[in-house]
Design a protein around this ligand. Sequence first.
Ligand SMILES: Cc1cc2nc3c(=O)[nH]c(=O)nc-3n(C[C@H](O)[C@H](O)[C@H](O)COP(=O)(O)O)c2cc1C
Length: 202
Amino acid sequence: MPDLMDISRRRHTVRSYADRPVEPEKLAAVLEAGRWAPTAVNAQPQRILVLDTPENLAKVREFCTFGWQKKYVDLACESDTPEHDRIVLYYGAPTVLLVCYDRDVCWRHPTTGETSGVTDATIVATHMMLEAASLGLGSAWISYFDHDKARELLDIPQSWEMVCMLYLGYEASDAAVHHDLSGSRQPIEKTCFFNAVTHEGA
Ligand SMILES: Cc1cc2nc3c(=O)[nH]c(=O)nc-3n(C[C@H](O)[C@H](O)[C@H](O)COP(=O)(O)O)c2cc1C
């Protein structure tokens, strides 16, 4: 049985998915892992919208479609030619989790008024992403999508703030590997400091 370190190392962002659905029991396990995530004062403000019908996935595709931008062309699953006026950043995932939090439910700092919502929802999404990896599912954490369009197309309540999407599914056998983005990490001394911040790290 793989331990958390194996799962953490094995997980990588999947940007091309096989035409194979996520089994209901695996989806249930992913959602359950999110349910057990810690949240501030245990308020559990996360609201997860599961999208897996053709109609809803078409909407995801719509709010992940942007005007052409050179820096995202390599990541796009589709970019129109020869005009190059459009890129699509939906990678064919059969299941998409839209991770939100309800700002009327989450903890608020008594003096600054800041809410814990983004942090809570991020921890929930991380639990779900690692559970997906442990079950052999691929995933992608997606922040770049049109929130306003998503709210409108999916009729998201006004008190819900969107934090990210998690694409879920099986990695396509011919999925491209983005070596510039995946598979490498900085040496530990670059990001972790013991008792004092070293001059080089600051
Ligand atoms: C907060 C956050 C936002 C991200 N947003 C996107 C995104 O909008 N589109 C995308 O293709 N990947 C996105 N990613 C995936 C990262 O590019 C990826 O995790 C990173 O390059 C490391 O690669 P790895 O996940 O394969 O280890 C995001 C990841 C995080 C943690």
